[in-house]
Write a protein that binds this ligand. Sequence first.
Ligand code: GAL
Length: 661
Amino acid sequence: MTPGRTAPVLADATRGRILYGGDYNPEQWPEETWHEDVRLMRDAGVTTVTLGVFSWSTLEPRPGAREFGWLDRVMDLLHGAGIDVVLATPTASPPPWMGRLHPDTLPRDAAGRTEWWGGRQHFSHSSATYRHYAAAITEDLAARYAGHPALTMWHINNEYCTFDHGDEAAAAFRRWLRARYGTLDALNTAWGTAFWSQGYDSWDGILPPRHTHYLKNPTQVLDFRRFTSDMLLECCTAERDIVARHTPHIPVTTNFMPLWIGQDGWRWAEEEDVVSVDLYPDPRAPLGAQHAALVQDLTRSQARGPWMLMEQAAGPVNWRGVNHPKPPGLNRLWSLQAVARGADAVCYFQWRQSRQGAEKFHSGMVGHAGPQGRTHQEVKRLGADLARIGGAVAGTHLAAEVVILHDWHAWWASAQEARPSAEVDHAAVLHAWHRALWESRLTTDFAHPEHDLSGYRLVVVPQLYLLTDAAVENLLGYVRGGGTLVCGFLTGIADEDDRVRPGGMDARLRELFGIRTLHEWWPLEAGETVACEGFHGTLWSEEIEAGPGADETLAYRGGELDGLPAVLRKGRAWYVSTLPEPEALRGLLARVAAAAGARPVLDGLPAGVEAVRRGDLLFLLNHGREPATVQLPGGHRDLLTGETVGGALTLSRYGAAVLAP
Ligand code: GAL
């Protein structure tokens, strides 16, 4: 946070509404179209648009030039129509002149290939020249629009996600490593450079993990990820500090990609006034809604409250192999799901579908079919829905009794070459465990393993390969304090430097779960299962010898591990050494949650119906393609229809209700 600044918050922009709108790129259209746009926006209930995300070459067509006239006119036009503006710094896509005149601004991949202009995001986070130009345009933009009445929020850059292995990045990496380790000895120890003759005698010898003949040093790779996240954050906060100096009262955000590996999401969220995310579930994916729920739960937890859905698609995207539209009702359902899970803003990429450029086949709020197209008609209907419920919803919080622990450093350390099994994917394991809780209708937060966990009845660790000592102590303290912990395999294996813990798994955790010896891992092939007492495991199994303290075990049945424990419990600490099939994992977690006193939002819901409580509102969301009937305790008012409902409530296909007591 900028020192001395009292952080403004999302509520400063929402002012009791749910923000509704999207990225607006008027520079792609003649001015006549702007007037039609604004009229259609008003009809559709649009409250807010994001301007200027990719406008750098329009704003600064030549080095140092400034073309603000068009933006002045758009800002005024929008303000005249009562539409607020989230103004973006345009720094995600430098103009071609920059790369031509300053090749040092272009990033290089691990093989030394340059990422040229002609696409987007071709900037090196370490380039002093890039940072200079980015600061200059940000300064002028902020100075010019600081007092504009339409300005409601700043949007820095867009989806920071670049890597750079070039020379300037190498120098910055060395500076970052010096700050982390102080001495070369400390670095050589942390990186384990005695292995394969990698000992460094000079800081100048250290490189980003560039293309190598064979496997790379894993701690070097891990530190490079840490460094990259920090450098991108430096770019972001540099721009944030400029706009905050001009407008200390206006909140600032940058949009995250959903559950993206590249940024330390906990660290970044601390620097954001508003946490925002872009979310594009595949309309055809059977678990699309659960993926969305996971990202929404994570984003809400990063924000510690209401958050902003910065981008979603009104219809198809253009970047999957096959790009499916959203069937009627699905856009509304998924938007209401975001609101249920804490969003106070529902926005899209983008307002009007482009006719040219790389995203011309990506849907917009106004598609190629025009305002009469089904997609726009649904966008309009949703605008009215959000206006109806906004006053009751905006600013309210969710209460969760269950928390999932997630840490990007653990993900970075585990997502490397030469692991026990390439089939094990951190994000997929996280999804599997979240799914079990989501299907059990247990509202779930996310937390960093060193966060205070004392407010939760159940802590779930799907997989944290790397755990710091502080995190291990935090888990132990939580259980000692009366909490219930369930932990999946490959947890607590390595320390902060990716050094394997003695005994192959942290000794304090082994003691906690009643594991005497972890003899060997027995990873499974894709599609292979292992029989266990009452269920089947997938992906992984372990040769464990239980210690005397284990109170309860479920054993492997047959095969090499016959009779050895697959699941162990010692007091309130559970260890699951395989990935149970979905139904089994759901059953296990529901049982442990119930014993810990964590309650589902509603019991007896039909399959496919999601229930979320936000404040005193109950959201019911039917993800099924068939109508579903829910038995409601007592009478309620559905804020979407204004009707009073009670007893049996039937939700149509993709139907939703927002019930007030
Ligand atoms: C996002 C990006 C947008 C647009 C969108 C398409 O990643 O921020 O600018 O490209 O994807 O789905």
